[in-house]
Design a protein around this ligand. Sequence first.
Ligand SMILES: [Zn+2]
Length: 228
Amino acid sequence: MTDATTLTRPAVLILLGPPGAGKGTQARMLEEDFGLVQLSTGDLLRAAVAAGTEAGNRAKAVMEAGQLVSDEIVLAILKDRMSQPDVARGIILDGFPRTAGQAAALDDLLAATDQKVTAAISLEVDDEAMVGRVSGRYTCAGCGEGYHDEFKQPAVAGTCDKCGGTTFKRRADDNAETVRERLSAYHAQTAPLIAYYDGKGVLERIDAMGAIDQIRRTLSAIVSRVSA
Ligand SMILES: [Zn+2]
């Protein structure tokens, strides 16, 4: 794997991808391969509130009033977090920005320290293939072993390979209609963001339907190239 020291400047990566595209798995691999740190909005907020930072206290007051934390507060928390030594090699943002407006505000924040988004990486999926993958999933009720109507049936029909159990269950939200709805909501929400980063010349599209290791190699090559 690529040595973490090959990155010559801190990477600021935005990872985009619909539920089921393997975003979490790939983010963990980027952490391993490059020493990056994934920052999710939820984790950032919780940590800042717990640490009692100035921005964290403001976020806490807003949340206690039952209101949404403003972009301005999220950015202040992100700015604090990015000044800490453990993220010196770079970050992967998860869940922020969600809109083109937030992306522009993030660019302003980064520009103040002479940084910019290194790459916005879009994990692209074939929607109908995703529907097939997700909607065919089921698990053994006894041991939790995962199966799939099309790709992984038990060796003996109706009997779990692992524990011999004969009861299986499906998640209610793993049906084709729900998966299609999740995907179209994702596309609607993300299209402006993809257009924004495309316009900035930092958008990278990756075919996320292949094998995990293949996607990892493609991602690593991109991160090495854009951070050199
Ligand atoms: Zn079982």
